[in-house]
Unconditional design. Sequence first.
Length: 340
Amino acid sequence: MIKTDIIIIGAGPVGLFTIFEAGLMKLRCHVIDAIPQVGGQLKEIYPKKPIYDIPGFPSILAGDLIDNLQKQAAPFQPGYTLGERAEKIEKQEDGTFVVTTSEGTVHKAPSVIIAGGLGSFEPRKPLIEKLEKYEKKGVEYMVKAPSDFLNKRIFISGGGDSALDWAIYFAEKGNLPVGLVHRSDMFRAHKDSVDQIYRLQETGKIELYTHAEIKGINGDKELESVEVHQKDSAPKTISVDYWLPLFGLAPKLGPIGNWGLDIEKNAIKVDHTLDYQTNIPGVFAVGDVNTYPGKLKLILCGFHEATLAVQSCYKIIHPEKKFTMKYTTVQGVQGFEKVV
């Protein structure tokens, strides 16, 4: 069991900033996210997209914003459970909460802050026969441990940043060519990544199939081959160890909807007059996952909400103490680098 002061559900920008605000108050945080890396949709879906409404930055790439927030949170030594979805939350007799993930990892804390953005992101799955039979037996929608895929025969489907980034990674790190399949010859990924794919194709490290789809998968107990259907070509059956259909992630409220929270139009209702607490005392919701009169779905607003939620978490965790908030220009953060 992982014990901490605040369990944060969601490792997007608001979740990461929550770590910083909690750290200033010497509160420990542990973050849970279904995506196997921090950053939420900013990192997973559009890391190269410029953002224009972050104070102090006329423009900043989404991926760079996440990198900066990670660095800002790092001195407070947060814990992370990534690649696992928060499945259920249970309030204990002593008032604490136990959050269990889809992989059975158990976390315990006096307070929970849900910073889940638009909810849990789930992979967009291709409509293909026998797909479920091979899930986690050769068909993977996310890369949690890259070393497991090295020097394996891999085919990747998709035309976005995630598909191309992983194709480049495995082509450069491994000693076997990587297959990349895309339905057109127009990619949604960053131009530098597209150029790199074509360079790797020239050296034989990438086998590129454009205007193509994988329409069949085969194997006995595990995936053994894929059927590639390419325009103006006869279908090909190719032996593989792994197929990664990386078509992006779709936001869904997921298990959060079963936790007894007040839900309105797929968002969590909160007390906006004080601290963004939900109808369950000790559980807060900040960022795009919450709703209240006048709600604006902006990262900036999520930062503000997280700051006030952490103040109330401190009162729950240390009811006997009074915390006086000082300006960071006065107190800095150096005195809080080791939160134990």
